[in-house]
Each structure stands twice: as C-alpha cells, then as structure tokens.
Design a protein around this ligand. Structure first.
Ligand code: COA
Ligand code: AMP
Length: 627
C-alpha cells in the first residue's frame, strides 16, 4: 500500500490516533484531555481540554527555537514599489506591540475585531495580534461595499475595527475610510474604537475620539504576551456567501486549526520549515487566512504577501518576477489568475529571464481548474501543477494530490483524491452513496477532521440546517460531482445559488435583494454563467412591474451601479436583461439551475413541476444570447 493510501486508511479508521500524533507538532500550554470529543453529535470538538496560543505557535515559538533571523514575511507590493522583509523576531515584536495597542483600546480575550485592510503587512500583524490576545478576528475583503461590511459588523459585534486610509487596485487608489465610515453609520452595533493605518498614498480624516491612528496606538503600547486559550475557543470568524443574502459566519477554532494546517503543509503541499511559500490570494478570503498567514507561519516557512494583480502590475510577468526574486518554492493561486496571465502572454514570453529554479510546484484552487488552463500552466512552467478542492468552511484541502505524502498521477479536471481525515461520499437524492462515475451531491461523513468549522457564529441551528440536515451523519459541501473507479473526485460545480467569480465566492441572493429593491422591478433572478476569464460571472434577468416603462440600457446601468454600491465591485455584475417573465415551478420556485444550464449550453432536464413551459421556451434565445 502506498504512503497516501496507508495514511488515508489510518485517518478514517482511527482519527483519534491519527490527529493525536499530528498534534505533537503544536506547542500546547496544556495538553488536550481528548483528541476527538464526539459526545454531542452532530457537533464534534477537537482537542478538548487543551490550551495553546496560535500566535505563539506561529511566531514566538520559532524565535525561541532559533528562527528569529529567518524571514517570516516578505511584503512585495508592485503598486507602491515596495519590497520589505520581516524576520520572525521583527514580526513577533510588531505583533506583540500591536496586541498591546489593541488591549489598550479595550480589546480582550473573546472580543471580536473586524479587520478591513488591503494587502499590507498590518493585515497580518492585526490578525496575529488578535490571536495573541485570544480575541476573535473577522477579516472583511476590501472589494465589498459599505453595506456588506455593515452586515458583518452587526453580526460579529466587534469591540474594534482595524482599517486603513486606502487600498490600491492596480493603478487606482480605493479610499477605504469613507466606506468604513458609511458602514459604521449603517450598522446598528456601535463600534467603540477604530484603528486606522494612514498610508502615504491617501490621508484619511479621523472621527475623534472613536478613531485612532495605528502609529499613535502603537507608540504608547506595552508589548502583550500570548494569552492561553482553549483549543476549542474561536480564533476567527470568516463570513462567506450562502444561498441567501445573509452571509454565514464560519467559525474556526484554535487547536484543530493549528494542528490541521501544520499537517497540511508537509503532507499536502510538501513544504517544511524554512521553505518559501506564496499564496497569491487576499487575506480577505480563506486562502489568505490559511495559506498566506497561518499555515506558513505555523510551519516556520517564509510567506509572501503580494499587493498586486497577476496582470497589469506592471504586466503578465509579475508572478514570475516575484517567484524568482524571493526564491518561492510553492506558489498557490486561483485558476483565474493563470487564465489572466495566459490571455496576455499566451506564449509565456514574460517567463524568460526569471530564474524559477527554486519553484517546485504550482497549486491551484478556488474554482474548477479547467483542463486547458492546467495544460497551459504545466507546459509553461514544466513542473507539477496541482489542483485541490476545498472551501471556507473546511479551511484546508478536502481533495488534493497529496504531494508531500505521495505524488499521485494527475487526471486533468479532477483535484485527485480525498485528503486524509475527509471521508468523501457522493450521494444520491435518497442519501445512498452512488456508484463510481455517477454525479450527485458531494458530502463528507461526520466527523469532519480538525480545522474545519465547528459551527456558524452564534448560530448552531443554521449550521445544522445548512450543512447537516439534508443527509444525516454527513456534511453537505454544496458542490456536485462524482468519484471515479480509481477513487478520484470530480468536482463539477455548486448545486446551490452560490457563484464563483474569479475565485471569489458570492451569493446571487445578495445581488437579487439589491435589484429587487428597485421601484421598477417586479422580480428578478441572478444566475452565474460561464466566463472564459473569470470562470463564472453573474447575469441578471429582471421582470418589470406592470405599467412601468423603462429604457432597458438605462435601467440596466442603474441596477449594475446599485449592486456595485451595495455589494461591492467584486460582484462584477455587468449584464442585466429585461424579460417578460421568469420560469418557475408550480410552487413558485424560480428555475435558476435550468436557466444557468441553458446559458452555459448544457442540456438540463426541465422539472415536470414547471408552471408554464412557454416562459422557459421564450427565454432560451435570450439565455443563449441568440438574436
Ligand atoms: N478592494 C477594492 N476593490 C477591489 C478589491 C479590493 N481588495 N479587489 C477587487 N476589487 C475590485 C476591482 O478593482 C474590480 O473593480 P472594477 O470593476 O472597477 O475594475 C472589481 O473589484 C472586480 O475585481 P476582480 O475580480 O479582481 O477583477 P479584475 O478584472 O480587476 O481582475 C483578475 C481580474 C483575474 C486579474 C483577478 O480577478 C484576479 O487576480 N483573480 C485571482 C483571484 C484570487 O486570487 N482569488 C482568491 C481565491 S484563491
Ligand atoms: P470558498 O469558500 O470561497 O473557498 O469557495 C469554495 C467553493 O469554490 C467550493 O465550494 C467550490 O464550489 C469552489 N472550488 C474551490 N476550489 C475548487 C476546485 N479545485 N475545483 C472545483 N471547485 C472549487
């Protein structure tokens, strides 16, 4: 039996022993009493009784163990012309000081802190400072609008918000502070303190005494020590899009998270202490949390924080420049980024002149890796390109080609095999496992491994209802696909109304809520349709209230503007079509999946419960963009 199969079998047969061994790589302040606490299904807790500090494991520990002078973080920002390296010792000092500053502003263990920052070192410092204090951070991606930020503030009820004067998007300066001020106005929860990083590119006006500048706050602060927290205490909340307009607050604990991420680095990614790891994502997404910040630092790697784009900063050679300059061993990004590079530099001319001899592997996730992109990247880089599938909820890969354990043959289009710890099943409508090759819902048999979500923030009920009710004893991933004869998992797309735009997970429900609020709109549907660059883009279909006469172009522009203002530019909704009616079932459910299939040119079965088949027929040419 190969190393992968053996590890997988052990992890499923005896998870307690498997993860108990993995937990030895973490420094515990109090060792756990139990590895897996399964006393209250469907809730499972890992490492109960244990105490640790995640920041201690990510920073202090490495300084004590001799990595003090090693680079912990390299900030590479083509948009500001900056490259700056922070050693483990420097980063530890900065984090301890900022933790002291937060404490002086009233932040304590268990308090929430919302972080709304661009890709600057302060984002990493702020996250780790929260971990140091046992405070719970909730990072909100910069591409979301004030309204979305307000929704998250109201739900997480933070003591403080950490933000900056601006972000830089390619050549455009995005003022963050006015967005924050607007969000704080919209939110019902009153935030006591905002710590604002003034960037040289734009000065933000402060609202005293609520707002304090980062430098001011740090100047007078005493460094804070690491606070011991329970393994099961929350480390962070990360909001992600569900089917409805209400985002889900995915909770991550401290103990299971540290153990799982540390394990994943060596066994999935094949990297160890001292290696340079670069996840070209954003700290606002789970990839950024897990593989820009926590996993590389827990492992004693050097992590790269890149403030730029794959193209345009300044060109499609940017990734190769960064990888070469910092001797990156492992690069992780989304397929969209590779498609953007391929579009601008199809022959890879911009690879020339960059010494990529340190680069070992390219990992891709966040959306389906289409075989064309896989082949192009493999050809250009002439090294392994590894697809892996996971989601905000799990925090680390569910299915991957486990390079560290044992590189397996690649099947383009499949992220390969279940990672140890994940008992992946494809289920039919009756909950029975489907035979190889047959498409169904991808589910994971409980218990989920450590590091995955123990619940949703202050909403056990929604956690159970969203993920655990459809197939009792299983976690529902929301993705559909099949497992083939060799045990490879093929993930074909979401089975719900979540869209994935340029590797960004968005809810069509949120966009629909915004559009439906327009006085001319009777009803609407937003569907995710295939896009050559971004994987998927949202498309809106609206039905006007009777008697309303609106010029389609003007109305569409207005609705696009509303979604941009209220959800954020990242929603990338550009196309809206006025239609006479929307196809529905007899119980009134809009047939979004059927419309999506038609728009993508797939043959999709039309349910027998359709109310008025004529409506769907008349929409076909519109969806296919014919005529
Ligand atoms: N703050 C403010 N605005 C932001 C933002 C941020 N952090 N991130 C994105 N936006 C804005 C962009 O400026 C853009 O605005 P525009 O419509 O005015 O141009 C809009 O949101 C859409 O952004 P994006 O999806 O990034 O599209 P793009 O056309 O600017 O770039 C790619 C296309 C492919 C280069 C880009 O999507 C990309 O790098 N994708 C990789 C995705 C990734 O890393 N995903 C993380 C999961 S691993
Ligand atoms: P997020 O929670 O933002 O990480 O988005 C998770 C979703 O992205 C998953 O549920 C999938 O729909 C999709 N996804 C992520 N990685 C992959 C992949 N490698 N292959 C197919 N889909 C993916």
């Amino acid at each position: 039996m190969g190393a992968y199969a053996a590890a997988y079998e052990r992890s499923i047969a005896d998870p307690t022993r498997f993860w108990g061994l993995a937990a030895r790589d973490i420094r515990w302040l109090v060792p756990p009493d139990r590895v897996l606490d399964d006393g209250a299904p469907p809730f499972y807790r890992w490492f109960t009784g244990g105490e640790l500090n995640t920041c201690d494991n990510a920073l202090d520990r490495h300084v004590e163990e001799g990595r003090g002078e090693q680079a912990a973080l390299i900030y590479d920002s083509p948009v500001t012309g900056t490259v700056r390296t922070f050693s483990y010792r420097e980063l530890t000092d900065l984090v301890a000081r900022f933790a002291g500053a937060l404490r002086a502003q009233g932040v304590d263990r268990g308090d929430r802190v919302v972080i709304y920052l661009p890709m600057i070192p302060e984002a990493v410092v702020a996250m780790l400072a929260c971990a140091r204090l046992g405070a719970v951070h909730s990072v909100v991606f910069g591409g979301f609008a004030a309204q979305e930020l307000a929704v998250r503030i109201d739900h997480a009820r933070p003591k403080a918000v950490v933000s900056a004067s601006c972000g830089i998007e390619g050549g455009r300066i995005v003022p963050y502070k006015p967005l924050l001020d607007k969000a704080l106005d919209l939110a019902r929860h009153k935030v006591e303190r905002c710590v604002i990083r003034q960037r040289p590119q734009l000065h933000a006006d402060l609202v005293r005494p609520r707002d304090v500048e980062w430098d001011e706050a740090v100047e007078s602060a005493e460094p804070a020590e690491c606070v011991a927290v329970a393994a099961t205490d929350p480390l962070y909340i990360l909001y992600t899009s569900g089917t409805t307009g209400r985002p889900k607050g995915v909770v991550r604990d401290n103990g299971g998270h540290a153990v799982a991420l540390r394990w994943s680095m060596e066994n999935v990614f094949g990297v160890g202490p001292g290696d340079v790891f670069w996840a070209a994502s954003d700290v606002g997404w789970v990839v950024g949390h897990s593989y820009i910040v926590y996993a590389p630092l827990l492992t004693g790697c050097t992590t790269v924080l890149y403030e730029g784009k794959p193209v345009g900063t300044p060109d499609a050679g940017a990734f190769w420049r960064v990888a070469a300059e910092h001797r990156v061993k492992t690069l992780f990004t989304a397929p969209t980024a590779i498609r953007a590079i391929k579009k601008e530099d199809p022959d890879g001319a911009l690879l020339a002149g960059h010494d990529l001899s340190a680069l070992d592997t390219l990992f891709l996730a966040g959306e389906r890796l289409d075989p064309d992109t896989y082949r192009w990247a493999s050809r250009m880089l002439d090294r392994p390109v590894v697809d892996h599938w996971w989601q905000t909820e799990t925090g680390w890969p569910i299915v991957a080609n486990p390079r560290g354990l044992e590189p397996l043959p690649v099947k383009p289009g499949s992220p390969s095999v279940p990672v140890p710890g994940y008992d992946v099943r494809v289920l039919g409508p009756d909950g029975e496992p489907l035979p190889p090759g047959e498409d169904g819902e991808i589910a994971i048999r409980l218990p989920l491994p450590p590091g995955t979500l123990p619940t949703l923030w202050q909403d056990d009920e929604r956690f159970v209802e969203s993920y655990l009710t459809r197939y009792p004893g299983h976690y529902l991933t929301g993705d559909g696909g099949h497992i083939d004869e060799d045990g490879y998992v093929w993930v074909m797309g979401r089975t719900d109304d979540v869209v994935n735009v340029a590797g960004h997970r968005l809810s069509t429900g949120t966009m629909e809520e915004v559009i439906a609020a327009h006085p001319a709109v009777a009803e609407c549907a937003v569907i995710g349709v295939r896009d050559a660059l971004k994987g998927q883009v949202p498309r809106g279909l609206v039905v006007l209230k009777s008697g309303v006469l609106a010029e389609e172009g003007e109305l569409a522009a207005e609705l696009v503007g509303m979604v941009r203002d209220q959800v954020g530019p990242v929603a990338a909704l550009k196309e809206i079509t006025v239609v006479a009616a929307l196809p529905k079932t007899r119980s009134g459910k809009i047939l979004r999946g059927v419309m999506r299939g038609i728009a993508d040119g797939r043959e999709v079965p039309v349910p027998s419960t359709i109310e008025d088949p004529e409506v769907l027929e008349s929409l076909r040419p519109v969806l296919r963009r014919e005529g």
